[in-house]
Write a protein that binds this ligand. Sequence first.
Ligand code: ADP
Ligand code: ZN
Ligand code: MG
Length: 477
Amino acid sequence: MDYEAVIGLEIHAQLLTDSKAFCSCTTRFGAEPNSNTCPICLGMPGVLPVLNRKALEFTVKMALACNCRINEFNRFARKNYYYPDLPKNYQISQYELPISENGFVEIETSQGKRRIGLTRIHMEEDAGKLIHDETKPVSYVDLNRTGVPLIEIVSEPDIRSPEEAGAFLRELRAVLVYLGICDGNMEEGSFRCDANVSVRPKGEQALGIKTELKNMNSFRFVERGLQFEIDRQIELLKAGERIVQETRLFDSATGTTASMRSKEYAHDYRYFPDPDLLPIRVEPALVERLRSELPELPTEKKLRFVNEFGIPAYDAGVLTASRELALYFEETVKLFPKPKMVSNWIMTELMRRLKGEEHGIDSCPISAEQLAALLRLVDEGSISGKIAKTVFDEMFDTGKDSSAIIEEKGLVQISDQGELVEIARKVLEDNPSEVEKYLEGKTKLMGFFVGQVMKVTQGKANPAMVNQILMEELKKR
Ligand code: ADP
Ligand code: ZN
Ligand code: MG
């Protein structure tokens, strides 16, 4: 029997507000433990939380970008559970009246475009952090993160493969970063997800029993964890066994998952409306203002890059995956209007170096102006493409301009007809047997002659001219 996977993701994204969701403590990461706290986020009795307006506006922006309906009337709920990083013993979240519902995002997969439904996007607060000291039998509690504003994005069980899950997560992360409402930093936990997965016989409509992988903070781990779970579940079903609904943890060292705890259900949390917070009314005028403030989003930008610059959809996808990279591309093209050449250089040379150095494009040592100047030199024939790559590496290492490097190292291309003819003749004279074979019809040897000229000139000869000259010189023989 053939099985198919069914996947639904719950994503938590930390909002880029200066202060926390319900108090004025800073949200800055990395401070001394428990220094960014006050009676409100410490959960002291008798305090009154007040909603951060920015957190609400950011959530509405994300909801609009994901085609959700905004619920004009919504409210917060208490999600009750007991845990040492949650001093109030409840988390402020939204339950029966979330701020937005019924959206979708479109993703690109190897099978084409797919639309993934969103059940809801709601506001909530983060919990604190437990720090375990491996050398001592103790745990420490850091409440700096307590009360930091989050949005939770819940997808419909529309995803059918780990690849689609990865594409969906990358798309959502890109949208959040484009909107400027989340830094998308997965290592620091600003963007993390719980992955729910079940399998069922192909053609079956009913959903199978799911398991949940908690707190995944890397695209690759999500994909690997899901694949492991899918294989594990199919194997169980084939052996006639049953899937246990539970929460599992992915171990990136072994690539396997293991049971963490049995699944908790909504009724375990005893949700009820938070009596300390007023119900929220999101006025239509506010929604319209926020809609008008939405920037160009990744999908729109990608489409525009294809139409405006005539580059392949693949290139456009890579370039728009990050807002900063897209900006860098556009700035370079403005100065050097050959988009495909710019995109080639960014996607190969630049991305290779950025990856090697663990740089983001924002700390790229080569400015758009500098890259444009280098490409102009190649385009004019002042340097060959091969030499340009050497120059590029030097630019990346030193931050110097291409012209300075070329002058320093004497890399200017030889385009002097007389000089090149002389070199070509010498090469032909030095290789009489190859010339003979060429004249007998082994025209593939042209590459050999060109190579010899390049060797003599250390790669500086203008390749188009070398070809032309060799052709003429050989014709004479
Ligand atoms: P729970 O009550 O267990 O949290 P929800 O219905 O709230 O379950 O769904 C949580 C997430 O799990 C959603 O993203 C949803 O799409 C996904 N999901 C629900 N049922 C299944 C299933 N049988 N298989 C895979 N994913 C599922
Ligand atoms: Zn506080
Ligand atoms: Mg749920």
